[in-house]
Design a protein around this ligand. Structure first.
Ligand code: SAM
Length: 407
């Protein structure tokens, strides 16, 4: 008995509970999977870079107000943008240095999220958070030049409430008589994740089942946006007496959104996020022939359908070319279609992948050429199709539009 108690005491000393949860993390499915970090976040950061550079060129330091900041992820995203062409000799390839950000204020209604943000950034005096409802409460009396959102917080508002919120933001910008960027991040109306809902009103129930690895379903009303988002924002600006101009708009997570794999709204999808993650995981080969897309986009407006068909063709063409380098058979239904021009940048990415394959002996020191060299390169190449040819039609999990607002 005594021996058992002593053993238990020792056990508790050696492995405390938090250590156990540390070791108990899932080996594969995680919020910060390669698709999030190397694909979704990186596409956003590549596009935020243009906005950030514009401010830096004007001699401005970043002053960020983050709506629905959660654990402060917006600060992480913006402060970790990489330089576009960093030289390999440098250890640090971040675009911004410590002086480039003057301050970041994160607003969120959720106290627990803010506690994590505060803990995460406790040593960083530029970071402050405030618990508030950003649709009703006053904003800090400070000038900001990036009014930021990520993780679709503005999709929690129906049209009337969103218009009210936008005017509140524009009033704040106007009061400082300085121009600013506004980043609007919302759910895409025509994501294939919810193809069954395309004909429904754009304000409907959303199932956030990917929380807790799909075990807990949280049902909330959300607003899904297509390209009409941009006119909506511009109109709200006019009504608030400021000018909003579209700076950039893009669709993010076209074939790899989290609900592709949960199948919560569309059960006809392949688990593409899992398969793309396998392109990036070390020592693991992805099932390339299964990654070809053979979907039909019935029910989408004409421009969305045409866009999907083009992106699908580019995706399949890239996979077919990559498979041919490895002598892997492609599905017999896939045919080269001369009607689609292959953009020069994709051609050149594919040529580089071919060169890597021809030179594979050079990589003998790695463990598995296909898993460790070829597939991650193919992963970046597929990602760049989404980044370079997206049109901002709401044809993806997230639609992001950046506006330049002048008083
Ligand atoms: C999906 S999370 C995104 C968090 C973070 N921006 C990110 O990219 O990870 C949305 C956040 O918006 C917050 N939120 C939603 N409506 C809000 C409101 N009216 N006022 C303040 N925060 C709100 C939620 O509490 C939640 O933390």
């Amino acid at each position: 008995m005594i021996l058992k108690r002593l053993m238990k005491e020792k056990e508790d000393k050696v492995y405390k509970r938090n250590a156990i949860s540390y070791y108990n993390q899932p080996m594969r499915s995680s919020r910060y999977d390669p698709v999030k970090v190397r694909w979704e976040d990186k596409i956003c950061q590549d596009l935020y870079r243009v906005m950030v550079n514009r401010l830096i060129e004007r001699g401005e330091k970043l002053k960020i107000l983050d709506f629905g900041c959660g654990v402060g992820y917006g600060y992480h995203l913006l402060s970790n943008i990489l330089e576009e062409d960093a030289s390999v000799e440098e250890d640090d390839c971040k675009l911004l240095n410590n002086n480039d950000i003057e301050y970041y204020v994160g607003l969120d209604i959720n106290h627990d999220m803010l506690e994590i943000a505060n803990d995460r950034y406790k040593g960083d005096e530029k970071v402050a958070t405030r618990q508030c409802d950003f649709s009703r409460d006053e904003y800090p009396e400070r000038q900001f030049n990036i009014y930021f959102s990520s993780g679709v917080p503005f999709s929690h508002f129906n049209d009337d409430d969103f218009s009210f919120l936008l005017k509140k933001i524009f009033k704040h910008i106007k009061s400082f008589e300085r121009s600013a960027f506004l980043v609007v991040d919302v759910l895409g109306r025509y994501s294939i994740e919810w193809q069954s809902r395309w004909a429904d009103p754009s304000w409907h129930v959303y199932n956030m089942s990917f929380f807790s690895d799909g075990k807990v379903n949280e049902q909330v009303y959300m607003k899904f946006w297509g390209k009409e988002l941009n006119d909506f924002v511009i109109e709200a600006a006019q009504e608030a007496g400021v000018k909003a101009e579209l700076f950039d708009t893009f669709d993010r997570s076209i074939f790899i959104g989290r609900h592709i794999d949960t199948g919560s709204f569309n059960t006809n999808l392949k688990p593409m996020r899992t398969m793309v993650n396998r392109l990036f995981y070390p020592l693991e080969r992805a099932p390339l022939p299964d990654m070809f897309m053979d979907y039909k986009y019935g029910g989408a407006p004409e421009d969305v359908r045409a866009y999907y068909e083009r992106i699908t063709y580019l995706w399949n063409y890239a996979l077919a070319t990559a498979s041919s380098y490895l002598d892997i058979p492609v599905p017999d239904w896939f045919e080269v279609d001369e009607a689609y021009a292959i953009p020069e940048s994709l051609k050149s990415d594919l040529e580089h992948l071919g060169e890597i394959t021809r030179d594979k002996e050079i990589y003998e020191h790695t463990d598995d050429f296909r898993a460790d060299v070829f597939e991650p390169s193919l992963g970046y190449l597929l990602r760049n199709i989404e980044r370079d040819y997206s049109e901002g039609l709401g044809a993806a999990h997230t639609l992001i539009s950046i506006f330049e607002v002048s008083p």
